[in-house]
Each structure stands twice: as structure tokens, then as C-alpha cells.
Design a protein around this ligand. Structure first.
Ligand code: 2DT
Length: 212
């Protein structure tokens, strides 16, 4: 119908600690929405495929060292370099499911001790998500799941600080989902809140910018 054809896609972001299940849920949500006939893509940040992304990847795997401020700005630049494509996709009607976004940027860098407001500043003007889902799990439970890789931030003590930073970012517009529920329950809940959000965007909800 006309509504569907002329309307924009939704910008949906999943956030949470390492091992909260974000990445598998993004994949499930992508195939669910595809199955329902929506135009949808799955994105992730950092996007390690760009030049900036390769610098970030090398930092995360401890192959290079960078000042905390410098790496923070690279993570932000990695979102800025994708901003126009992101807007074009959304305006052409494609919904984007994004694994981590500016909130990870602020949560992880401020967990290192960088000033919270300073961390938020470079994100100003990026597209604001239509929905942020926080997959909630305690750092201890996440660590029990095992499978922390060898990357820089994958340590219990640091994840505890990240959890504290996320708490400062969460606002009433976020949807928090208990990440310790059975995978299928989380999937079902995500499908419901995502479809609600897609419908709002189809009805003409306008795209806004960070920080709203
Ligand atoms: P993945 O394991 O999800 O690839 O994330 N991070 C991520 C930041 O510190 N700042 C950011 O802006 C983003 C998007 C979170 C790699 C790690 O990078 C952290 C985990």
C-alpha cells in the first residue's frame, strides 16, 4: 500500500555488555523481519571493514596502542563515515538493525574514566535511533557464559564499570529486555517491540538526531 511504499525504515539499536546475546538476537531479528517481507539490513559498530574500522580492530586486538581520547574519536568517526548511507537506507524504506551504536561509545570510554559529557560530544548530529533495546545481564552472569575472547575490553572488572556507565545512559525511551530469559522468549519480545517501532516510522514519525 501507499503508506508502506512511501514510508521510511526504522533505526533500531541493540546495546548491552559483551556476551549479553546481542549479536545472535540481531541475526534472529533480521531473519524474522525478512520473513515478514520487510526491507531490512543488519549493521554493526565498530564497522571493521573501513580504514578507520581497521585501526579500531587493531586496537581492540591489542595490536596497537592509542590514547583513550583518540580511540574514542575513531569509534565516533566510524559512525560518522556511515551516517549518510544510514540516512539514505532509512529514507528509502529500509529498516536497520544495529549491533552497538553511540551508547557503546559513551559507555565504554567513560568506563575508562573519560568525562561523560566529553564522550557524548562527538556523537551530536548522528542519527538518533527510533528504538534502543538494552539486553540486560549482570557482568557476573555474562562472564559465566564464558567465551570472552581475547579482546581488550573483555574482562569482568572492566565490564562492571561499563554496566555502571550504561545505567547513566538508559532513559525512559529505552526498552530493557532481560537477557537471561530463554533465547526464544527474548526473540519474541524483540519482534513485538520492533514491529511496533516500524509501524510508528511508517506512520510518519520523523527521524531525529543525537542527543534528543
Ligand atoms: P564488538 O565485540 O561488538 O565488535 O565490539 N566499543 C564499541 C567501544 O568502545 N566504542 C564504540 O563506539 C563501539 C561501537 C565495545 C567491540 C568492542 O568495542 C567497544 C566492544
Amino acid at each position: 500500500n501507499d503508506l508502506k511504499r512511501d514510508s521510511r525504515g526504522a533505526l533500531i539499536v541493540l546495546e548491552g555488555l559483551d556476551r549479553c546475546g546481542k549479536t545472535s538476537q540481531c541475526a534472529r531479528l533480521l531473519s524474522t523481519l525478512e520473513g515478514l517481507g520487510y526491507s531490512v539490513e543488519s549493521w554493526r559498530f565498530p564497522d571493521r571493514t573501513t580504514g578507520v574500522g581497521r585501526m579500531i580492530s587493531s586496537y581492540l586486538s591489542n595490536q596497537s596502542q592509542l590514547d583513550d581520547h583518540a580511540i574514542h574519536l575513531l569509534f565516533s568517526a566510524n559512525r560518522w563515515e556511515k551516517r549518510s548511507l544510514m540516512e539514505a537506507k532509512l529514507m528509502s524504506g529500509t529498516t536497520l538493525i544495529v549491533d552497538r551504536y553511540s551508547y557503546s561509545g559513551v559507555a565504554f570510554s567513560s568506563a575508562k574514566g573519560l568525562d561523560f559529557q566529553w564522550c557524548k560530544a562527538p556523537e551530536v548530529g548522528l542519527l538518533a535511533p527510533d528504538l534502543v533495546v538494552y539486553l540486560d545481564i549482570s557482568p557476573e552472569k555474562a562472564a559465566e557464559r564464558g567465551g570472552y575472547g581475547g579482546e581488550r575490553y573483555e574482562q569482568l572488572e572492566f565490564q562492571k564499570k561499563v554496566a555502571e556507565s550504561y545505567k547513566k545512559l538508559i532513559d525512559t525511551s529505552w526498552k530493557t529486555v532481560d537477557a537471561t530469559l530463554p533465547i526464544e522468549d527474548i526473540e519474541k519480545h524483540l519482534k513485538e517491540i520492533t514491529l511496533e517501532c516500524i509501524v510508528e516510522c511508517q506512520k510518519g514519525k520523523s527521524l531525529s538526531q543525537l542527543w534528543p
